[in-house]
Design a protein around this ligand. Structure first.
Ligand code: ZN
Ligand code: MN
Length: 243
């Protein structure tokens, strides 16, 4: 199911039949306890699990994303693409896979700031072909209100915009790739102020010093497992309905 591990003949025989999942992430700071590739690990792991339940194949992920907002760009390691680069990269991958026979696509996004650019790529792709279907989804949009209430019973839900390197992302990495988590460096943090507008360059007091804007100590492997199963079920249902 991992395209990068298939031979060309295996690929040729499967590409038209299977749902093709493209994970899209970022190389971005995720606090002192998580690696830079969290936004890649999560959608790629979800995609692999989805393929255990339906006929799919997973393309190599896009490992860079659009620029992190809210000060993320100021941290060493956050290495981002211009919008036009992300649009063209996504479009090239869709076109090439289509050329080989792929017709049913699921773009699985793990980095909030990618959304508009990935959508633009799919819009441009759809202008050129009329017999392909593409679903674009971000994993956090598939989390039900009930699941949010359950996961944030103690911490309180701050809104998805602050759920960066905090409860959900930390829990999911603890579940999918525990070897990547620096357990002794998990912390709660926040910025001094959170304006509802953007200032460029971002003032110091609008970003948390650690890179963690909320309570990562409320994360757990159990929450990660519960959340992963919930999101995988939702994605499988979406794929069955739309593709
Ligand atoms: Zn993230
Ligand atoms: Mn991100």
């Amino acid at each position: 199911m991992l395209v990068e591990h298939m031979t060309w003949e295996e690929y040729r025989d499967e590409v038209a039949r299977r749902i093709i999942i493209l994970p899209v992430g970022s190389l971005e700071q995720h606090g002192p306890h998580l690696p830079l590739n969290v936004d890649v690990v999560i959608p790629t792991s979800l995609a692999k699990t989805v393929c255990e339940e339906l006929d799919g194949m997973v393309l190599p992920p896009i490992s860079y994303g659009y620029k992190a907002q809210g000060g993320g760009q100021l941290f060493p390691g956050t290495t981002s693409l211009d919008g036009t680069t992300l649009i063209n990269l996504t479009l090239d991958i869709l076109r090439e896979t289509y050329r080989h026979g792929g017709r049913r696509f699921l773009v699985l996004n793990g980095h909030y700031e990618n959304t508009a650019f990935v959508t633009e790529a799919v819009e441009l792709f759809g202008r050129a072909v009329n017999d392909a279907t593409v679903v674009i989804l971000s994993w956090w949009d598939q989390v039900s209100d009930e699941m949010v209430d359950e996961l944030f019973a103690e911490a309180g839900f701050p809104g998805w915009e602050l759920e960066h390197a905090a409860v959900t992302e930390t829990s999911l990495v603890q579940y999918f790739a525990p070897e990547l988590v620096r357990e002794d460096r998990i912390l709660d943090d926040q910025s001094e102020r959170m304006p509802k507008y953007s200032v460029f360059p971002p003032p110091d007091d609008t970003l948390p010093k650690s890179g963690v804007p909320y309570k990562a100590t409320h994360a757990s492997r159990e929450k990660g497992e519960q959340l992963a199963k919930h999101v995988v079920d939702a994605i499988v249902q979406i794929a069955r309905q739309e593709l």
